[in-house]
Design a binder for this molecule. Sequence first.
Ligand SMILES: [Zn+2]
Ligand SMILES: [Zn+2]
Length: 556
Amino acid sequence: MSDADELVFVPLGGLGEIGMNLALYGLGPRRRRKWLMVDCGLTFAEPERAGIEIILPDPQFAEKIKRDLVGLVITHGHEDHIGALADLWPGLECPVYATPFAAGLFTTRKAGEAVMSDLQIKVVTQGSRFRIDPFDVEFIPVAHSIPESCALAIRTSCGTILHSGDWKIDPDPGLGKPTDSKRLIEIGNEGVLALVCDSTNILRDGASPSEREVAQTLRDIVTAAPGRVVVTTFASNVARMRAVAEAASAAGRKVILVGRAMERVVAVARDCGYLEGIEDFLSLDSYSALARNEVVLLATGSQGERRAAMARISEDDHPIVRLAPGDTVVFSSRTIPGNEREVNRIVNNLVKQGAEVITDRTMPLVHASGHPRRGEVAKFYEWIRPQIAIPAHGEELHLEEHARFVALCGVAHVVKARDGDVVLLAPGAPGIIDEVPHGRLCKDGNALVGLDDEAVQTRQRLAFAGIVTIALAIDAKGEMAGVPDVVLAGLPAKTRAGLVLDEIVDAALFETFDALPRPQRRDANVVSSAIEKAVRAAVAAAWGKKPSVHVLVIEV
Ligand SMILES: [Zn+2]
Ligand SMILES: [Zn+2]
């Protein structure tokens, strides 16, 4: 048995969260498997994780098998599928395959970073099929919210896997190829062992609206608007960008780009031919020369990102763009869970400035999701008719609901896999047979550290209660030399009862020192730990919070 070929699926990210997608397929006898990686994405950290914005899947297992890693295939250019590549590739060093748009976005984003000199992405076109031995990989076009999204048919000696990537069924996606249902049905007819499928919108009935309907809505809004129109959306949604440009042109308006991310995507989209027939966008230099009803601004920051254009415009902090009553702002986006507070702040500030703000809550068709709803998922299973279903790209709730749903669709085996599981697909009965190391890493500056990293935890503590730093000198007789230096950072000056924290610290410091027997006062470690403890306790008693206390004792 141990010498027979096996086919296994090992997700290291994306099964239990929406984000940091990273999956491995292994083929061969248990100890001599060859591996193919699909996607290498990041996710964003919760705001309470002080100073950490980016989270990556822990690559330990992938690094362990790197000698047998035959390639990494990127399904599309979204950050949750390619965003960890630059950081994790040096530990993998395998060939990377991506479509021109995904490769172009990666290259412009990472231009100048050291990793680029070694990492050359092999550019593949949608619809192509080739061998990455022992795997045979076909890139099937699917509609999504970024150009050139691909589902993958991975053919092996043990059977075919259909890895859906991110997709929807949109007969009129506005740009690029629609989902190639004909090809998917053909592959279904060849026989598919396992379908690993997107769960993002499994909780919603019916089908996602078409990008075409969104384009019509935007056109109506721009045509009717009396003043300036600002549209904010994901920078990588080129179909949406095109729809905004066409709406502007129909209303005799020019489009100005606001935000570097937009400019970068536009450059790549033009290179790939996705903005053909669209007049050149203007830069912000043209802003003051255009009348209010002659312009549409396309701005970054639809998720409330603090440094992006929308946040700055809403705070009247943008160097050039100022809005006025009668202007219209359209959030052509859905707020990702976790970003609601920041987005709401921006919306309220814009309303305060007198702008009319339109979101998908007030007008549903200003945005369409790039992921399949339940009705589309059902259709996909009809096309593919897999023996095994593995729900992916979802949080617990989505994965569980997807599993329940496809069981009703009549799929023989539904495997509820999570990050780190080793799922046997063939031969024999499918199921989870093992677990490998997995988890999350924080990107802290340019270092990659664990979630429980001491430095990150220290910063969380500092953010919560601040720090008291004390420097004092003691002489050989155990007397204090000179006046101690005390610095409070991140603490209020006074407590509610009017106690001055500076004075509380001073009092605790001198009382503790004076109470120490003379021989102990000569020991710097004893002095510092006694003062540290006493100061923390005194501040906690007065203020109700325990700051960090650092005491530096110098012997003179
Ligand atoms: Zn995704
Ligand atoms: Zn995506």
